[in-house]
Design a protein around this ligand. Structure first.
Ligand code: FPP
Length: 254
């Protein structure tokens, strides 16, 4: 499989020097898919055209991750702060999951992909939530890549909610404050049951975390690229994985 990936990289791989080695594939890759708006602007297109094009990148990278044997791919599709954008852009972004799943769900199922969602369901329009929940239901039995959409997700809210839940449990006498461990906290995060990301990718040249999985990224390897998300290809993804494989993770040790 790895030879196949190398040969498919072709000219791009020579340009980027990307080569994925066998073994040591990150279990969990998280991506901040940034630069859709700027990509559109450079082409004289409306911002939403960038989001639409970004949807096609979602498909490409999902397949690439699945093929490499990545177990979890978490994509930051909409943050709790993105509601501040103009109404028309928010509406467009809310329709993308529905459009994406209408086009791609059958192929995701054929590829054994399991769709999940990490975020606050209550504020989502019915058409968004229905599409995502139907995909989650239809793919629940799949055992391949977990495609985890961070949709209406925000790390500060996630952590504040976890603290509140622990306080409520303590007030109800279910746990004593001195007994609280990291495990208790993690169990109350939206990511409960999913391992921490091994690798975080952010596109578009921005060097920020933007309220994304701040607890879970504590020991993740970070990889940034100037490439805008709509232009992010399998070759770029392989380049990120290749660099991840060359790094030494010490988790604070020696
Ligand atoms: C950030 O780029 C991107 C987003 C807020 C939305 C990301 C959504 C997608 C890539 C499509 C998701 C597809 C599915 C299937 C859910 P930006 O708009 O902030 O770009 P800019 O910084 O250049 O303005």
């Amino acid at each position: 499989m790895f030879e196949r990936i190398r040969s498919r990289l072709g000219r791009g791989s020579q340009q980027t020097g990307a080569a994925v080695a066998e073994g040591n594939i990150p279990r969990h890759v998280a991506i901040i898919m940034d630069g859709n708006g700027r990509w559109a602007k450079t082409r004289g297109l409306p911002r939403v055209a960038g989001h639409h094009s970004g949807m096609k990148t979602v498909k490409r990278i999902t397949m690439a991750a699945s093929e490499l044997g990545v177990e979890y791919l978490t994509l930051y599709a909409f943050s709790t702060e993105n509601w501040k954008r103009p109404k028309a852009e928010v509406e467009f972004l809310m329709k993308l999951p529905q459009e994406f799943l209408a086009i791609e769900l059958d192929e995701l199922i054929e590829n054994n992909v399991q769709v999940r969602m990490m975020g606050y369901k209550e504020d989502l329009p019915d058409y968004t939530l229905d599409a995502v929940e139907q995909a989650v239901r239809r793919t629940a039995g799949n055992t391949g890549l977990v495609l985890n959409f961070a949709l209406n997700y925000g790390s500060r809210k996630e952590m504040t909610d976890a603290v509140r839940m622990l306080c409520e449990d303590a007030a109800a006498g279910l746990i004593r404050p001195e007994e609280i461990t990291e495990k208790h906290f993690e169990a109350r995060l939206l990511s409960n049951g999913i391992p921490d990301p091994d690798l975080l990718i952010r596109t578009s040249g921005e060097l920020r975390i933007s309220n994304f999985m701040m607890w879970q990224l504590a020991y993740s390897e970070l990889w940034f690229t100037d490439v805008y998300w709509p232009e992010f290809t399998e070759a770029h993804f392989h380049e990120a994985i290749g660099e991840y494989q060359r790094r030494t993770r010490r988790y604070g040790g020696l």
